[in-house]
Design a protein around this ligand. Structure first.
Ligand code: PLP
Length: 414
């Protein structure tokens, strides 16, 4: 059964009617399905079953403690990009030895904390970072486990803002510098060279960019091997695409076969860092229509969620499906679904056929990843509540913010 589905025409999250969720918890409201999170994670686990592997969920996609906890209970590892995410993972019961740390700008404080906590591996993104980490580890009389993030210079065939594996992107180490840097790292007594990683972009629905990147990475792995540098893991990053509109989502079995084939007989544990694929389809954003408004050319549905709640449409021109929770019998009209924020880019969708009246509920689908985590308080709007449905129960996993709390840390001049 789909985790979000219709019963007698009404959109449900598992066995919970979305209209009832809105009634109980108010709108705008993020609703997550525990079973959807688990089944997406399980796809990776099943597909990689026959090969030593670790699934490191990319925390930035949705870092709610309840989401992390659900995955930690399955035995998931985590890919973090900040000291804040490290604290969250630990608070949710994640194991330090299952954490990898990515990101181009790790501060000394973040590196020190992660080293002392004993994370599994640092995904180092530059020579300068390697030097900093080496010096910090030496000063603490510790040895830092390291993987170098390689920028394989492949076209991920995705939106430029979420493409990360081209030379012009800020991420990773260029192919032509890689061998030299591995050799340097190998000489550093406070560095333990363990692996190689890459992450070429997000929302990839084609297998070819993965194949291209793997071919290049495996080439490097073999070159290193011939120089006496033996790696124990290959981290292939995340980026697995989902269906927002009519794309075919990446086939995880096909993807896993491609990775396992590329690794072949080499003794490399496979690490993978999926974010969107696990969290995206597991969440929706419920919002209520405040006003309907028309002029000669256009119909607008002004809703109570806005770009501060879900910025993907404004930021990447992302398209997300918008459905009426209980569609009316009337002929659909084409609506621009817009929020109350004072920006023309404040829309959730344009030209959407909807049969609705004022006061009706809409659901923005596939909103579980890069949704709440990217939300802000712009226009002094309290951030939405988050609810997780598990079995027949719905739990608040983050309370709706209060307006007063938004400025409690501010002060006026004496
Ligand atoms: C964002 C990110 C991911 C997850 O990307 P998705 O497209 O959400 O799967 C994985 N690894 C790194 C290094 C990232 O920055």
């Amino acid at each position: 059964m789909e985790h979000f589905h219709r019963r007698k025409g009404v959109l449900h999250a598992q066995s919970y009617a979305c209209s009832q969720l809105a009634e109980e918890f108010g709108t705008p409201l993020f609703v997550y399905s525990r079973e959807a999170l688990e089944s997406a994670w399980q796809q990776f686990s099943d597909a990689l079953e026959k090969h030593p592997h670790l699934i490191c969920y990319a925390v930035k996609a949705n870092s709610n403690l309840a989401v992390l906890d659900v995955l930690a209970r399955l035995g998931s590892g985590f890919d973090i990009v900040s000291g804040g995410e490290l604290k969250r993972v630990l608070a949710a019961g994640g194991e330090p030895e299952n954490i990898v740390f990515s990101g181009v700008g790790k501060t000394s404080a973040e590196l020190t904390d992660a080293l002392e906590i004993g994370i599994r591996c640092f995904n180092v993104e530059s020579e300068a970072e390697l030097d900093r980490l080496g010096a910090i580890a030496a000063a603490l009389d510790m040895v830092a486990p390291v993987s170098l993030r390689i920028n394989p210079d492949v076209d991920a065939q995705t939106h430029p803002y979420i493409s990360t594996g081209l030379k012009e992107n800020k991420f990773g180490i260029n192919m032509d510098k890689a061998i030299e840097l591995y050799q340097r790292a190998e000489q550093m007594p406070s560095i333990n060279v363990q692996g190689m990683d890459c992450h070429i972009g997000s929302q990839l629905t084609n297998i070819e960019p993965y194949q291209d990147a793997l071919e290049r990475l495996i080439g490097l792995v073999d070159q290193l091997d011939s120089l006496g540098i033996k790696l124990s893991h290959l981290d292939v990053g995340g980026g697995h695409g989902i269906c927002y509109q009519d794309e075919a989502p990446l086939d995880i079995d096909q993807w896993a076969r491609c990775v396992i084939d590329a690794v072949g007989e080499r003794e490399l544990e496979i690490l993978v860092e999926p974010g969107r694929f696990i969290a995206g389809p597991a969440g929706i954003l419920l919002t209520r229509v405040e006003y309907l408004k028309s002029n000669e050319d256009k119909h607008f549905a002004v809703v109570d969620a806005a770009m501060n709640d879900l910025i993907r449409p404004a930021l990447y021109s992302a398209w997300q499906a918008i459905e009426a929770v209980e569609p009316r019998d009337t002929e659909p009209k084409q609506y621009d679904v817009v929020g109350p924020v004072c920006e023309s880019s404040d829309f959730l969708g344009k030209n959407r056929p909807l049969s609705i009246e004022q006061g009706d509920l809409l659901a923005v689908m596939q909103a579980g990843a890069y949704g709440f985590v990217m939300s802000s308080n712009y226009n002094t709007r309290p951030r939405a509540a988050e609810v997780m449905v598990s079995g027949d129960e719905a739990y608040v996993v983050r309370e709706r913010e209060n307006v007063e709390d938004l400025f409690v840390d501010e002060s006026v001049l004496p």
